[in-house]
Ligand binder design. Structure first.
Ligand code: URP
Ligand code: ZN
Ligand code: ZN
Length: 486
């Protein structure tokens, strides 16, 4: 008679805190025992010689999302989550993206309906707020936060998405009141536009100029401004997809001052440079915002991962096809300004960091788990259900072979982009078996889970999003007068 539904035996189990040799007993999709020589399972998986890690969480990915220019990602919730699972990810947090004039509630319902029939792993959702009307701020957003959409992204650039500082303050004040987490795309819009206009006037239209227009100082300035706005309101924020030293220094200084400012970076800032973009249209495959920079920036990003400036390592998977429905919106007349921004990377995110981070001794295994799984769950209100291996947590587990070597080929990946910026790269270490709530999703290079078997995860309010309770002296003075401004 089996004592457990499933036992994973003899593996090296690592969490963000510890590494131990132990067995894992699972019942009804939940971890119920960690120990030596556990009793029989209805199914046993022998993980001897393997690493048994929490399923990774990708808290920044664009799936079945239409951009503000109307371009649809190549991946829907099926291909996007299948690709994630093959790379050891068992939870994704994509975006329900509002465009101007749209009701947030209606958008959320559309994304939920799309995901429900397709996702093969569990998913939560962030919101993108592009139109913070009175109705959105006064009614829709507070109600959605209570329904488990406790984080949202705002943009400081892009014509149809960007918010001005006053709108940002309104959103930050709302986040403070409601306990939500604000994710900020920080780039100075006018600097980018000014540079782009001059480049285009001079006929410098090729993809490589994307990385000139999106200058580092534009990212640094906007990051500094976002931090100042958050400090005024006394609310935590998370700066997404940080690419270079300018923004990293701002975040680190803010953290040193004791502000709750979190940072995210992505594979493209560790493994690509602006020179990968190149002058011909194939370079659009490498265009994302902020763009990849240079080797010094890569080193700064590694340091930020090592010294704790970054809490999360996400893919920012934004897969646009290399054709007129995506990257080449205007065919061979496409300029760097017309191309859809974003790179695919949901499958390779964790393997790339494992190979070059853990494998090359830049970060240890526990930090790898924190950066790819645990911290995402903590920051976005999914912990401890997700993001760790502990009694009571969902049995979301990836069993890695640290010796398994892979040469990256787009044809072997499971997303629908049709290309990868990492073509030909060698990776050592791969998730061989991936489980979600105790059920096998990927095994022996095959997908086992059924379409639509992933579940929606409402997010709780997280401690990470809780204000410090130390408003600036001016706001404290006003509050002492009996009518707090936030
Ligand atoms: O270029 C990028 N990062 N595209 C995806 C959208 C975004 O801003 O994250
Ligand atoms: Zn962004
Ligand atoms: Zn993004």
């Amino acid at each position: 008679m089996a004592e457990y539904d499933l036992v994973i035996r003899n593996g090296t189990v690592a969490t963000a805190a510890d590494t131990a040799q132990c067995d894992i007993g699972v019942e009804n999709g939940v971890i119920v025992a960690l120990g030596q020589k556990l009793g029989a399972g209805a199914r046993d998986i022998d993980a001897a010689g393997k690493l048994v890690l929490p399923g990774a969480i990708d808290s920044h990915c664009h799936i079945e999302q239409r951009s503000s220019a109307g371009v649809m990602t190549a991946d829907d919730f099926y291909s996007g989550t299948v690709s994630a699972a093959f790379g050891g990810t068992t939870t994704v947090i994509p975006f329900a993206a509002q465009h101007r004039g749209q009701s947030l509630r209606a958008i959320v319902e559309q994304y939920r309906a799309a995901a429900a029939t397709k996702a093969v792993i569990d998913y939560a959702m962030h919101l993108i707020i592009a139109d913070p009307t009175e109705q959105v701020l006064g009614q829709e957003l507070p109600a959605l936060i209570r329904d488990g959409y406790t984080s949202f992204k705002v943009y400081m650039t892009y014509d149809l998405l960007r918010l001005n500082d006053r709108q940002m303050l309104d959103i930050l004040a709302l986040a403070r009141r409601e306990g939500a987490m604000v994710m900020v795309h920080a780039e100075n819009h006018d600097m980018i536009q000014w540079l782009a206009d001059r480049l285009l006037q001079r006929g410098m239209t090729q993809p490589r100029y994307h990385a000139v227009a999106h200058a580092r100082i534009a990212e640094g300035e906007a990051t500094n401004r976002a931090v100042a706005l958050a400090e005024l309101i006394d609310v935590p924020i998370l700066i997404v997809h940080v690419s270079a030293g300018e923004a990293i220094e701002v975040i680190r200084d803010a953290q040193t001052k004791g502000l709750k400012i979190y940072g995210e970076t992505c594979p493209q800032y560790l493994f690509l440079t602006a020179d990968d973009i190149g002058m011909d249209l194939a370079g659009t495959k490498f265009c994302c915002s902020p763009p990849p920079r240079d080797e010094a920036a890569q080193e700064a990003v590694w340091r930020g991962l090592q010294n704790g400036t970054f809490q999360v390592f996400s893919s920012d998977h934004a897969p646009y096809r290399f054709d007129e429905t995506g990257k080449l919106l205007k065919g061979d007349k496409t300029t760097f300004k017309d191309t859809a921004n974003g790179v695919p990377g949901i499958e390779l995110r964790a393997p790339l960091l494992f190979s070059e981070g853990v494998g090359q001794g830049r970060i240890d295994l526990n930090r790898f788990v924190a950066l790819t799984a645990t911290n995402h769950a903590k920051i976005y209100g999914l912990y401890p259900q997700k993001g760790t291996i502990a009694v009571g947590s969902d049995a979301d587990i990836a069993i890695w072979d640290a010796q398994h070597e892979v040469t990256v080929r787009a044809k072997d990946l499971h997303d629908n982009a049709g290309y990868t910026p990492y073509e030909g790269r060698r990776i050592k270490g791969w998730p061989m078996t991936v489980l979600s709530r105790g059920r096998v999703v990927v095994e022996d290079g095959r997908l086992v889970a059924e379409r639509g078997s992933g579940r929606f995860l409402p997010c709780a309010l997280s401690d990470a999003a809780r204000p410090r309770g130390r408003p600036t002296p001016e706001l404290a003075f006003a509050a002492a007068g009996g009518a707090p401004l936030t």
